[in-house]
Design a protein around this ligand. Structure first.
Ligand code: P6P
Length: 331
């Protein structure tokens, strides 16, 4: 462990020294997100002992059964943003409507979009899951978040990232000056810099897709996966298949090792499964800052103009050369 251990807060302040325009408020906001991640991590570590596993008898806006920890995680973010007067609204996978954090819709510098606990199907089997966040400046002028959010392209995000609840708890973020990873030291209760300036390899050797849906794939997907599975020494094929079933876990491996993650459209899911505002767009900002790409098969995820808060999008994300190749099958 390096003698000099840089905390998340210190790192943000160091970044701000390089970006005079940034204000201390952003470091407070990221600290609020880090607090929510620490609280969620703590609850997950002992969920099997505290009765927090399992489902509630509720269905969320996605039509999915609400896990107890989904709600606990959503509340952790709401409570984190409740003080500090920084966040005007929070949009969440777990809430049909945005939560107006401050009494006045025209107060608060930021609108935050979260998937509070991504990978719900893996909670009860102790497999890595995560939280995803996307931070936008609150658009000028009044009007409810529904209107505000519908002009917020991924490229307009001022920061984005995720917490990863795996063998270690990590927090990975970008604020437009590279991608940086922090590891939680539970003994101290703080995140310390462990992965500075993460760069995704130009091309990888793994692909990540739910092969169980093969019979439901469009020909483009079938052809691309068959291409990856074909032996060709020069292009490093066949690729290995890796699929955790938690987007954050599959994304983090792809970010560090390269390769490509796909959740494409299929005849039953015209827009795929993953949500644009709080899954695809934040991860697209991270991967682009790390030198990779994110596409819906035809254009960059970051250029999509959202039509609804919870809209889904097909997603190809990972190494730049792998996403370029994948796109050539969909174009
Ligand atoms: P499938 C988890 O529910 C999630 O939203 C993502 O974390 C994950 O990538 C995807 O769904 C898995 O979906 O259809 O492969 O089970």
């Amino acid at each position: 462990m390096s003698a000099e251990r840089i905390t998340l807060t210190r790192h943000i302040l160091m970044q701000q020294q390089q970006h005079p325009g940034a204000t201390g408020e952003f470091s407070i906001l990221l600290s609020q997100i880090a607090l929510a991640a620490k609280r969620i991590s703590r609850r997950l570590r002992v969920a099997g002992l505290t009765g927090a596993l399992g489902a509630k008898d509720e269905i969320n806006v996605q039509g999915e059964i609400v896990q107890k920890l989904d709600e606990i995680s959503n509340d952790a973010f709401l409570e984190s943003f409740a003080y500090g007067q920084l966040v005007s609204d929070m949009v969440s996978e777990e809430m049909e409507q945005p939560a107006q954090i401050l009494g006045n819709a025209d107060k608060g510098k930021y609108v935050v979009f979260v998937d509070p606990l991504d990978g719900s199907s893996n909670i009860d089997v102790d497999v890595t899951i995560g939280s995803i966040f996307s931070i936008h400046r609150r658009p000028a002028g009044s009007g409810d978040t529904l209107k505000k959010a519908l002009h917020l392209k991924g490229r307009d995000q001022i920061a984005a990232g995720y917490a990863l609840y795996g063998p270690s708890t990590m927090l990975v973020y970008t604020a437009g000056a590279g991608v940086h990873g922090f590891t939680l030291d539970p003994g101290i209760g703080d995140f310390f810099l462990s992965h500075e300036n993460i760069h995704v390899p130009r091309r990888g050797s793994t692909y990540s897709i739910n092969e169980g849906r093969r019979n439901n794939w469009f020909p483009e997907t079938r052809n691309y996966v068959a291409y990856l599975q074909k032996k060709d020494k020069d292009s490093g094929r066949p690729y290995s298949g890796r699929y955790v079933g938690s987007f954050v876990a599959d994304f983090h491996r792809t970010l560090l090792k390269g390769g490509v993650f796909l959740y494409p459209a299929d005849p039953k899911n015209a827009n795929g499964k993953l949500r644009l505002m709080y899954e695809a767009a934040p991860m697209a900002l991270v991967i682009e800052q790390a030198g990779g790409r994110a596409s819906n098969g035809r254009q960059s995820i970051l250029d999509l103009i959202p039509q609804t808060l919870h809209q889904r999008t097909p997603l190809l994300i990972g190494s730049a050369e792998d996403v370029d190749t994948a796109e050539s099958f969909y174009a």
